[in-house]
Write a protein that binds this ligand. Structure first.
Ligand SMILES: Cc1cc2nc3c(=O)[nH]c(=O)nc-3n(C[C@H](O)[C@H](O)[C@H](O)COP(=O)(O)OP(=O)(O)OC[C@H]3O[C@@H](n4cnc5c(N)ncnc54)[C@H](O)[C@@H]3O)c2cc1C
Length: 393
């Protein structure tokens, strides 16, 4: 039984179904959909998605990111992020990186799960708690229904009910940063601003990440700014273009064009949670944001949830029916890596936006130091080179 049909819960369901396990996914929402936003899938996540049979869809709907650019907030000066560490004409990592619309990736996972087991995903099933004994787990829903299974995986996201019952609720700490997000139809942008490249615009008090998704039809815009007056952690709170533009005064015309051309803009406060030191109790474990929510600065929250799902399936297959041992194996295989990524993401705070970026000369020194090939290798290689298909379990 999996609680939560987000990217992590569905990746786990698909990995398990493909190995012959019987799986049911219980989702609180009444319909299957994802937030309208982008997600960057790096080599480590691509490896899993391809192994789950999604290569064709990822290539069709995603945009391949051959490189990424760093650009200066006011002048637009440009630096390449990965060209210094790639062999000429080739990929540095085992799999390519893709930029996707979350809804497209979610839709691919849903379809693949339902192809193997129609009816595997049950909607309007909000879990409120569970009980377990030596033989079974019983999951309870808000309407009083109960279902029994051998294992429960809490893939129920940031406000996980399963986590709360296992180890208590996480305490979120406000970071002092607010993020804006929106989608921009590419045909609203001038011809010369339609390049299919992912960019991190860096500035003294804010930074902007934007990249193409959905075959290049849309641009995903995320602008993160130092601001303490909005401390609501919501994916659906709307803001206005005027307010968003006011957060990026003096920024390059391309950034301001993007804000002006966006559809609805949403804003949310960024919060940090301590990673857990344990995920498992008997037949119940956790996965994804439920146990290791992170700041978005390394673009790894979804990648980690997808890796979790695959490794969990491998552990259950390798356990010979001893599910409690399998869940402990899974926790052991995943805990250190995900904790390091949570910490690495938090350490990126203040790197993408930094006072040194206020003027061009300071920015040149800062970018050349912070995105020196040695630093880029140290920051990303260990994340992207991980192989969820082969890591010992
Ligand atoms: C701005 C931003 C940008 C990001 N960009 C990236 C990126 O580029 N790359 C990347 O890898 N990650 C990125 N992430 C992180 C990523 O989106 C998350 O880490 C990822 O979606 C977590 O997946 P999940 O399945 O664990 O949780 P979720 O996607 O939150 O799914 C949880 C599911 O559980 C359901 N649920 C909740 N409670 C219950 C309940 N009680 N009963 C039943 N169902 C329940 C929810 O409705 C939901 O469907 C970003 C995050 C943010 C905020």
């Amino acid at each position: 039984m999996i609680a939560g049909a987000g990217l992590g819960g569905l990746a786990a369901a698909l990995a398990l179904l493909r190995r012959g396990f019987d799986v049911e996914v219980f989702e609180q929402a009444a319909e299957l959909k994802e937030v309208g936003a982008g997600v960057q899938i790096s080599a480590n996540g691509t490896a899993v998605l391809f192994a789950l049979g999604l290569e064709e869809g990822v290539r069709r709907w995603g945009v391949h990111a051959a490189d990424k650019e760093i650009r200066l907030w006011n002048t637009g000066q440009t630096w390449s992020l990965f060209s210094g560490i790639k062999p000429s004409g080739g990929e540095r990592y085992s799999h390519p990186m893709f930029m996707l619309h979350r809804g497209d990736l979610h839709g691919m996972l849903v379809e693949a799960v339902q192809r193997i087991k129609p009816g595997a995903i049950r909607l309007s099933r909000r879990c409120i708690g569970f009980g377990q004994d030596g033989a079974k787990v019983v999951l309870t829903f808000e309407d009083g229904e109960e279902v029994k299974g051998d294992v429960l995986v809490g893939a129920d996201g940031l406000h996980s009910v399963v986590r709360k019952q296992l180890f208590g609720a996480a305490t979120p700490h406000f970071t002092g940063q607010v993020a804006w997000r929106g989608l921009v139809p590419i045909d609203r942008l001038p011809e010369n601003e339609r390049r299919l490249v992912g960019t991190n615009w860096v500035g003294p008090k804010a930074h902007v990440t934007c990249y193409p998704v959905r075959r290049g039809e849309l641009f995903n815009f995320v602008g993160q700014v130092d601001r303490t007056d909005w401390q609501v952690e919501s994916w659906t709170a709307e803001g206005t273009k005027e307010e968003c533009l006011a957060d990026f005064p003096g920024w390059h015309l391309q950034v301001r064009n993007m804000i002006e051309s966006a559809g609805t803009l949403f804003k949310w406060g960024l919060f940090l949670r301590e990673p857990l030191s344990r995920w498992t109790e008997g037949r119940v474990t956790l996965l994804g944001d439920a146990c290791h929510a992170m700041l978005p600065y390394l673009g790894q929250g979804a990648n980690m949830a997808i890796e979790d799902g695959y490794v969990l399936a491998r552990c259950l297959e390798a356990s010979g029916g001893d599910v409690c041992a399998a869940l402990m194996r899974y926790e052991t295989a995943r805990l250190d890596r995900t904790t390091r990524v949570v910490q690495g993401s938090a350490d990126m705070t203040g790197k993408f936006h930094n006072e040194a970026l206020a003027d061009a000369a300071g920015a040149e020194r800062y970018v050349n130091a912070e995105w020196h090939p040695d630093k880029v290798r140290a920051r990303y290689d260990w994340i992207y080179q991980y192989d969820a298909l082969a890591v010992p379990v």
